[in-house]
Design a protein around this ligand. Structure first.
Ligand code: ADP
Ligand code: MG
Ligand code: MG
Length: 318
């Protein structure tokens, strides 16, 4: 592609945040925009990785009960996650990391912790015990936080901003289950067409036509293991310390902001159909696509006209 060609299409990929990320930019300044977006994602991964010993989150998690000073961006994201904890009735909980580790979701060395072990680990969780004041944060000894449920969405927002600052008006960011667009349409003037992934396979089960939006999906299929015929998935119910069993196999949140939709997709998955509907009615600022275990769909009225099933299925519109 050349900078002068308004019909140019360029794309670039990186592996970051445990995800293959692809950035596609159309029109002028595409290469510069892609490189700025990739730099931004790498920069944020270095700050927010829970395993990188040089990250801010790692430092916070290994500070004992000492007060730590963190960057504005990290403080802002943690504050946002604490707010979402409130709004979701506790479904989004960034203090579950010790429990996730016990299940092996962080290392791939999977195991099923027994009830006593889970009870002991849950005693170390509870975001109400986090003290955050400006740039200063203090965790109680034994608590560890992880931004895995929101970091990719926030990185998508900041990568989109970097694309725009580079003069890109039209781009698509694909961060695994997270799609974020720049521009209300593709270069051909048509809306972006996004697939909703088949929770049990590789293809898609529905399509959605969107403007400049975030379409973010959480599903148990991304990271899971099987033991004695039982499937254990990587999204935990903070109340039980066990993989969420809410009757959903996939939850997609559609809205303007990546970090909001990322926090929502995880939360909707934990809440299940009823809780998700309640949150949607209270919030009135996002749309959603839920897929239940029986293969049926629940979607919200805001996307009814832009949503199409590509497989035969029952569908209810809220
Ligand atoms: P993914 O990161 O696979 O796209 P999500 O955005 O749904 O999926 O986030 C799931 C990740 O968030 C888990 O891998 C784990 O790090 C963390 N997590 C699991 N359960 C919760 C929860 N209830 N609240 C907040 N974070 C969670
Ligand atoms: Mg996700
Ligand atoms: Mg999420």
């Amino acid at each position: 592609s050349t900078a002068a060609d308004p019909n140019a299409k360029s794309s670039g990929s990186i592996f970051a945040m445990d995800t293959y990320i692809t950035v596609t930019a159309y029109g002028e300044n595409g290469d510069a925009g892609i490189s700025a977006a990739k730099d931004e994602i790498s920069r944020l991964e270095k700050m927010w990785s829970v395993t990188d010993e040089n990250s801010e989150i790692y430092a916070v998690d290994h500070a004992g009960s000492a007060e730590m000073s963190i960057s504005d961006e990290t403080a802002e994201l943690i504050e946002f996650a604490l707010d979402m904890h409130e709004r979701t009735g506790g479904a989004l909980d960034i203090s579950l990391y010790p429990v996730l580790c016990a299940w092996g979701f962080t290392t791939g060395e999977y195991r099923v912790p027994d009830d006593d072990e889970i009870a002991g680990l849950l005693a170390r969780t509870g975001v109400g015990k986090i003290k955050l004041s400006g740039n200063n944060i203090t965790l109680p000894d034994g608590m560890e936080i992880d931004l895995g449920a929101v970091a990719k969405g926030c990185a998508g927002d900041k990568a989109a901003a970097a694309l725009k600052e580079s003069g890109v008006e039209c781009a698509l960011l694909d961060l695994g289950g997270n799609i974020q667009t720049v521009g209300e349409t593709k270069p051909d003037g048509k809306k972006w067409k996004i697939g909703i992934r088949d929770p049990y396979g590789e293809g898609s089960v529905a399509t959605l036509e969107i403007g400049e939006s975030a379409v973010i999906t959480s599903g148990g299929y991304e990271r899971y293991f099987e033991e004695d015929g039982v499937v254990y998935k990587h999204i935990l119910d903070p109340k039980t310390g066990r993989p969420a069993e809410s009757g959903l196999v996939s939850a997609t949140a559609i809205g303007k902001e990546g970090r909001y939709c990322d926090s929502l997709s995880t939360s909707l998955y934990v809440l299940g159909a009823e809780g998700a509907e309640k949150l949607w009615r209270e919030s009135e600022d996002f749309d959603m696509v839920l897929i239940a275990e029986d293969g049926s769909f629940i979607i919200t009225e805001g996307i009814e006209d832009s949503f199409a099933l590509t497989v035969p299925a029952e569908m209810k519109v809220l």
